[in-house]
Design a protein around this ligand. Structure first.
Ligand code: 5GP
Length: 213
């Protein structure tokens, strides 16, 4: 019989327009709960100065990305801002089998594909900025992107936000600590859902069938 702690792993997707705070929230979430694994995506985008290969992304060439697609190594992939991004399949399988949760920072296109592939094992969370003015302010305060990139991201933000209703949960990142606490609450509740906990089904059956044990 499975013990209390045994459960299926969870695929947690965090999506938001760039600048709504999901990277900060992902980082804080992993610090608070080291049992969560972050999915490291492959991308054809060049690294930013503060990014490390195989930590922030697997930075690959167009040909390398094409090979990953052809070999069926990606669970999902999409074009975002003119570059290709995709989630490697193998770490997902390993985490799920080990009952570990895996966190994805991916866009709505990837979320739809993971939903189709993993259905019940997926929990999707969309993070909204409190306003477009605040989103722009946050994008500017990062100071890593050019004016052209910032304007491009603002245009893309609307295209991302229109997909809010495809997600299981929609949060507003007005205050990062509050939003983080909400994400943590969702994860606690989702981990307790009965289909992820073979232990409770076995226990309930035993309590009914063999009440004197
Ligand atoms: P950035 O270039 O700012 O790191 O990421 C740009 C966008 O690509 C973000 O909205 C991020 O969520 C999305 N993204 C990152 N990795 C993946 C991935 O593996 N698949 C998909 N579909 N989107 C991704």
């Amino acid at each position: 019989m499975p013990d209390q702690a045994t459960r299926r792993g969870l695929l947690i997707v965090l999506s938001s327009p760039s600048g709504a705070g999901k990277t900060t929230i992902s980082r804080k979430l992993m610090e608070a709960d080291p049992t969560i694994t972050m999915s490291v995506s492959a991308t054809t985008r060049p690294p930013r100065p503060n990014e490390t290969d195989d930590v922030d992304y697997h930075f690959v060439s167009d040909d390398e990305f094409e090979k990953l697609v052809e070999d069926g190594e990606l669970a999902e992939w999409a074009y975002v801002f003119d570059h290709r991004y995709g989630s490697p399949k193998e770490p997902i399988k390993t985490a799920l089998k080990a009952g570990r949760d895996i966190l994805f920072d991916i866009d709505w296109q990837g979320t739809q594909q993971l939903e189709t592939a993993f259905g019940n094992d997926l929990v999707s969370i969309f993070i909204l900025p409190p306003s477009m003015a605040e989103l722009e302010r946050r994008l500017r305060s990062r100071a890593t992107d050019s004016e052209e990139v910032i304007q491009g991201r603002m245009r893309r933000a609307t295209g991302e936000i229109v997909h809010w209703n495809e997600y299981d949960y929609v949060l507003v990142n007005d205050d990062v600590e509050t939003c983080l606490a909400e994400v943590e609450a969702i994860i606690v509740a989702e981990r307790l859902r009965k289909h992820r906990r073979p232990y409770v089904a076995d226990l309930a059956r035993k309590l009914v069938e063999r009440p004197n044990d």
